[in-house]
Design a protein around this ligand. Sequence first.
Ligand code: SF4
Length: 396
Amino acid sequence: MIDAQAGVDRPRALPHRTLTAMTSTTAPRLTNLLGMSRQQMEAFFLSIGEKKFRAAQVMKWIHIEGCDNFAAMTNLSKALRTRLSEVAEVRGPGVVYEGSSSDGTRKWVLEVEDGSYVETVLIPADDGKRRTLCVSSQVGCSLDCSFCSTGKQGFQRNLTAAEIIGQVWVAQRSVGPRRDTANRPVTNVVMMGMGEPLMNYDNVVPAMKLMLDDDGYGLSKRRVTLSTSGVVPMIDKLGDEIDVSLAISLHAATDELRSELVPLNRKYNIRSLLDACHRYLAKCADTRMITIEYTLIKDVNDQQAHAEQLAALLKELPCKINLIPFNPFPHSGYEKPSRNQQMRFQQWLYDLGYTAHIRTTRGDDIDAACGQLVGRVKDRTRRHERYIQSIQIDAD
Ligand code: SF4
């Protein structure tokens, strides 16, 4: 299908790592250094009788140079390189698909430990000066937002910190190593791929710390964004630990409609979510705004009354609004509003004092929207099966 698209690279099916040796009961268990924060890496080196400063050296090799071969880490002694190869490894996800769209969007389908697939998308903007990587946090998602194709695939498991930062690592290795701060292969990261990142807090936060670390990916807090559908207690916890940029998947300005689109709203309603946003901003070290993500769905939330409700709701919150035209997937039951309707909605918000950005759909020719390329994951909740059955019942 992709080969037939004009301007699209032939997808590369790259050899992916065999897990047989790792899961063998006789094989020595190697410690994967990829997902370790600075503190964890320092503890690791102390545990093998080395000095703490080795952590910074090895982090630079892994995250700046994209190196997974201890033998190539030439500023380490030969004895240490040998020791590391006996007890540790640098193991990223396997690349099973890599594709480029005619608009420059690049997408990877990555195989993680249990054979599941996750997606990572690199989106260029501003004549290539900005390259934003959309990173997944879970295999599938448990929250079942009604407009989301990932939600229809059910939930399998949380990604580990190595599997999360491994997506940045794979993208950077593919684009090229970071030689200087002015020419980064990845300039921004949004935790906005498959999954709800705050439902995987313990792995997402260490991975984001590596994104910020100067010996990791060296990104500023403003350039790392966590997008949540509104897990209120974890927003508070996040603000206590790491003040990255925060985006809220709002999509509706009334609890009635939002509960339909984002079932989590039944647990944490809009008021409690906005209160958490205010508390989060108060904890940030500098002046920030919340990004409000609003998926525009035809005849569901794209009318003038909806724009007025949204403007009234947000009037106390320092925020910017991203309008995301719904990206149709089979049997979703929703449609994308016309371009004219998208622009009318934008204008209504503008007249009410808001500048809203309409996010252009990128990478259409490689199915770059969240969850569309991976297809079905192993679904312990059997949600995908139930979803298909309900479609068939409707069609009968
Ligand atoms: S929109 Fe996000 S939180 Fe909702 S089902 Fe999809 S991945 Fe999960």
